[in-house]
Design a protein around this ligand. Structure first.
Ligand SMILES: *Cc1c(COP(=O)(O)O)cnc(C)c1O
Length: 494
């Protein structure tokens, strides 16, 4: 008898651990079909796919072949509308093929970002390439994150560390010894407030600074606020500048903010989650002046660069500071795992210790994806995409200005254009534009979001997806006019 007991089938692994080529060939046609966008909206078929995919906890599996069949026929065609060329409502968008293939490769060959492997090499290299691409100051330490939310958290964690160390406190070790303050504009992303909450400073530590009529932070108001806060004994942690607000694509007056940051000795953080790649467009590059004075900068490759979602990046002036803020401390299970002498194997070192620079230990190798996106089309290709999208926002602004029934609510800076249908015959304008937006969503061809500009409801397309091309502008204008004019008719008939 076998010492391990009777050998039964159940000792063997049931999950398929190879046969990727077969699996991809089976799934591939369904994925390509999805990208033809002829499947309509998932919600219309909710009962069908819930029945097909749901059910009780399976006791016996269905096997890989049947599983892929289910994924291809019931899951994929009922995915998200965000990937569609005419869907301009979100800033995250559909991934391009290179990024999808790269992240798939990482899932197969690099389940972690650590080790002296080619994947870890690309983690460093791609962070440097991006720094180079966007003209960030030299020697900043980059770290990939799950997105802009965590990138903001990490950058502000470093800012918090520096401010408290300057008064003799280690906040990572001992917590916060006094109230602090962060300065961010009304238009800043709410993940700044959440970062303040998570970092123990509290949401109320965020001083909201007014914006001017162009949506940019009012620098005079900023200076007043700094003086008041310091007089009230609040410890200044950071000034947050937007390089592209989420709502309107506005770039704060970075260089004036940098001057204030320097004058008062405050950390300058730049939230470029969406808009940092805008620096590639020479028509707006000057608006980024002051970027090189930043202490921290974030960008989301899963926005304008077209990476699959789950990839942000934070850059911080100084790696030691980051490490003091976020070290995960030595761990027993790593003791003696590494060869302290010369490395002889990919397991002999972690490579750059990214887990010391953020809040994740296990994490996907994201660098390969960013490397692939840049390697495929180069700086030139990325610049063309950014320029095309900025041009689209400007074209739209021109068409809107030229049409008597349309009103431009804010001239575009980057690839967002805020406008509305304006004809008093269709009734109260906020309500009319809300209705127009509902009908656009339901028809599903052109799907901008809405926002508010000075209290007025605006239609807000953000041109950003790699699949989104010039023709989308006229399509959108035509559909808004058609829907707006049909509202007028309906209004006349009641
Ligand atoms: C999208 C965005 C964020 C948040 O990023 P996630 O990747 O969604 O977590 C933060 N700031 C700005 C300006 C953004 O546009």
């Amino acid at each position: 008898m076998n010492l391990l007991g009777p050998v039964s089938d159940s000792i063997e692994e049931r999950a398929e651990c190879a046969e990727l080529n077969t699996a991809l060939r089976q799934l591939g046609p369904h994925l390509d079909k999805f990208l033809e966008f002829e499947h309509g909206d998932a919600y219309e078929r909710a009962a069908q796919w819930q029945a097909a995919l749901g059910g009780e906890l399976p006791q016996q599996g269905i096997g890989l072949r049947a599983l892929i069949q289910l994924i291809g026929t019931q899951l994929v065609p009922n995915g998200s509308a965000l990937t569609k060329p005419g869907c301009t409502s979100w800033i995250t968008t559909g991934a391009t093929t290179a990024g999808i293939v790269a992240s798939l490769s990482a899932s197969v060959a690099s389940p972690q970002r650590f080790g002296l492997t080619a994947f870890n090499f690309l983690e460093d290299l791609s962070l440097n390439w991006m720094a180079n691409l966007f003209g960030l100051p030299e020697h900043m330490q980059g770290v990939y994150t799950s997105g802009g939310s965590v990138a903001n958290l990490i950058a502000l964690g470093a800012a918090r560390q520096e401010a408290f160390e300057a008064i003799g406190v280690d906040p990572a070790q001992d917590g916060l010894s006094q109230p602090c303050v962060l300065f961010a504009s009304e238009a800043s992303h709410h993940t700044i407030n959440r970062a303040a909450a998570v970092l123990g400073m509290g949401r109320s530590a965020v001083q909201t600074i007014a914006i001017d009529s162009s949506g940019r932070m009012d620098v005079t108001a900023l200076e007043h606020s700094i003086i008041e806060s310091v007089a009230a004994n609040q410890l200044p942690i950071a000034i947050v500048a937007n390089a592209g607000t989420t709502s309107a694509g506005v770039i704060d007056p970075i260089s004036s903010m940098a001057e204030l940051a320097q004058r008062y000795g405050i950390w300058l953080h730049i939230d470029g989650a969406y808009g940092l790649p805008g620096v590639l467009d020479s028509r707006v590059t000057h608006l980024y002046e002051g970027l090189r004075a930043a202490d921290s900068v974030i960008v989301d490759p899963h926005k304008w660069l077209g990476a699959p979602v789950g990839i942000g990046a934070a850059y911080v002036r100084n790696a030691e500071l980051l490490q003091r803020a976020f070290t995960q401390e030595p761990a027993d299970y790593f003791e003696r795992s590494f060869n302290p002498g010369t490395a002889q194997s990919s397991l002999d070192r972690l490579g750059t210790p990214y887990s010391e620079f953020g809040v994740e230990l296990s994490a996907p190798a994201r660098g390969v994806t960013v490397w692939a996106l840049i390697k495929e089309i180069g700086q030139a290709g990325l610049r063309e995409r950014v320029e095309r999208h900025n041009t689209m926002a400007r074209d739209l602004a021109e068409q809107v200005t030229a049409h008597p029934q349309l009103e431009l609510l804010l001239p575009p800076t980057l690839s967002i254009c805020c406008f509305r249908f304006n004809d008093e015959r269709c009734g109260e304008l906020n309500e009319a534009n809300r209705l127009i937006h509902r009908r656009l969503v339901m028809s599903g061809e052109n799907i901008p979001s809405t926002t508010r500009i000075g209290g007025v409801l605006a239609l807000r397309p953000c041109f950003l997806g790699a699949r989104t091309g010039l023709e989308q502008v006229s399509n959108l204008v035509a559909e808004v006019l058609e829907v707006g004019n049909s509202l007028i008719k309906e209004h006349d008939n009641v």
